[in-house]
Design a protein around this ligand. Structure first.
Ligand code: NAP
Length: 247
């Protein structure tokens, strides 16, 4: 007998552009209905949702600044109302501004932690009550945590905190059959990485991993698809570096 299983629902923060958009596209292809979160890129998020719907999937674009707890609560509410209870949460929203620690302004410190760290905290706290049992959470960290690159102190600190949240939250969700993992990409060819870098510097980063190229968003979306799917059901509380062997 062919018993139809209900469609699973994924919510991807920072789904309007870059890695998050590739993740939303991939999860839709995997059969998920997808909530595509954005902060300001409404046109891109709407276009991606439309692309998924035209391909026969279900998707909705949801505006929320992940650094604001009220926005995050409303975002879950909207996705639940329009798609259903969330099974998979992916935290991809993030910012990077490279600055030596001594030159980092209060504002840059606050913004980086507000979006990268508090943003992840806000969605995790909400997910504790809202995620369906048997679900999965994937946080996006960064391989820079392993590299300790000069100029990246505040960004790395914000992502190290994300890895800690990942590992503790995996334990706190005991009994819910929810896995919590992180993927830590190396350099990926998106606006966040390319912005302000000379072609020579980009080439330098591209040559760093033994696989001698930049990552592409789909290098990361495939890993997230694995961590969100049934084959990773026994992987929990881990940080998976996806970086071509860089570190
Ligand atoms: P990106 O192309 O700049 O995209 C960033 C995304 O985050 C956009 O969708 C943006 O949405 C969203 N966002 C920013 N602030 C937000 C906020 N306050 N609330 C909700 N969404 C917000 O960057 P990316 O390269 O795809 O980066 C995605 C994640 O991967 C980040 O966490 C980044 O730290 C991490 N990462 C990237 C690399 C890399 O080399 N690219 C390497 C390691 C880790 P709007 O445009 O709507 O604001």
């Amino acid at each position: 007998m062919n018993v139809q299983t209900p469609q699973r629902i994924a919510l991807v923060t920072g789904g309007s552009r870059g890695i998050g958009a590739a993740i939303a596209r991939r999860l839709a292809r995997d059969g998920f209905a997808v909530g595509i979160n954005y902060a300001s890129s409404a046109a891109q998020a709407d276009a991606l949702a439309e692309e998924i719907r035209l391909a026969g999937g279900r998707a909705v674009a949801v505006r929320a600044d992940v650094s604001a707890a009220d926005d995050v609560r409303a975002m879950f509410g909207q996705v639940e109302a329009e798609l259903g209870r969330v099974d998979v949460l992916v935290n991809s929203a993030g910012i990077l501004e490279i600055k030596p620690l001594a030159e980092t302004s209060d504002d840059l410190f606050e913004r980086t932690f507000a979006i990268n760290t508090r943003g992840t905290f806000n969605t995790l706290r909400e997910a504790a009550a809202r995620l369906a049992d048997g679900g999965a959470i994937v946080n996006v960290s960064s391989t820079t945590v392993a590299l300790n690159l000069p100029g990246y102190a505040v960004y790395i600190a914000s992502k190290a905190a994300v890895e800690s949240l990942t590992q503790v939250f995996a334990k706190e969700l005991r009994g819910r059959r929810i896995t919590v993992n992180a993927v830590a990409p190396g350099p990926v060819a998106t606006e966040l990485f390319m912005k302000g870098k000379s072609p020579e510097l980009i080439e330098h980063y591209a040559k760093m991993p033994p696989l001698e190229r930049l990552g592409q968003p789909d290098d990361i979306s495939g890993v997230v698809s694995f961590l969100a799917g049934p084959d990773a059901g026994w992987v929990n509380g881990q940080v998976l570096r996806a970086n071509g062997g860089l570190a």
